[in-house]
Design a protein around this ligand. Structure first.
Ligand code: ZN
Length: 128
């Protein structure tokens, strides 16, 4: 089963999508073991990290912006830093499904990572 989510994003930042993904898992039927979340974009990605303290994802963005400097990039669109950061976080995550629910760790949340917004973005959630 594959479902599509829409995420409205800020200029740059992490948007938590855990509850939307968990709802898709809840609605799926039968013996399912894995939930894959895939972002079909080249200047955005997806990651799992702490959702108890919202400052954690702010710090992740701060660190990514420090690690990926402003350079004389060749790409004419002018958003190469966003492309680099998207590849660094990756375009998919997988989470086990146990007893019909998304089995994240206690402090974990699933975050859509926007590096070149604001935009209306897609996320594909596949239940296997
Ligand atoms: Zn580009």
């Amino acid at each position: 089963m594959l479902k599509e989510l829409t995420v409205n994003t800020p200029h740059e930042g992490f948007v938590e999508i855990t509850s939307q993904v968990a709802e898709i898992v809840r609605q799926s039927r039968g013996e399912k073991n894995l939930c894959q979340v895939f972002v079909p974009h080249t200047t955005a990605g997806v990651t799992i990290n702490e959702n108890a303290d919202p400052d954690v994802v702010k710090d992740m963005l701060l660190a990514l912006n420090h690690i990926v400097p402003k350079l004389a990039y060749q790409h004419g669109e002018g958003n190469s830093r966003a492309h680099v950061k998207a590849s660094m976080v990756g375009s998919s995550v997988s989470v086990p499904i146990i007893n019909g629910t998304l089995h994240l760790g206690t402090w974990q949340g699933i975050y859509f990572c926007e590096f070149d917004g604001p935009r209306k973005r897609k996320v594909y959630v596949t239940i296997l």
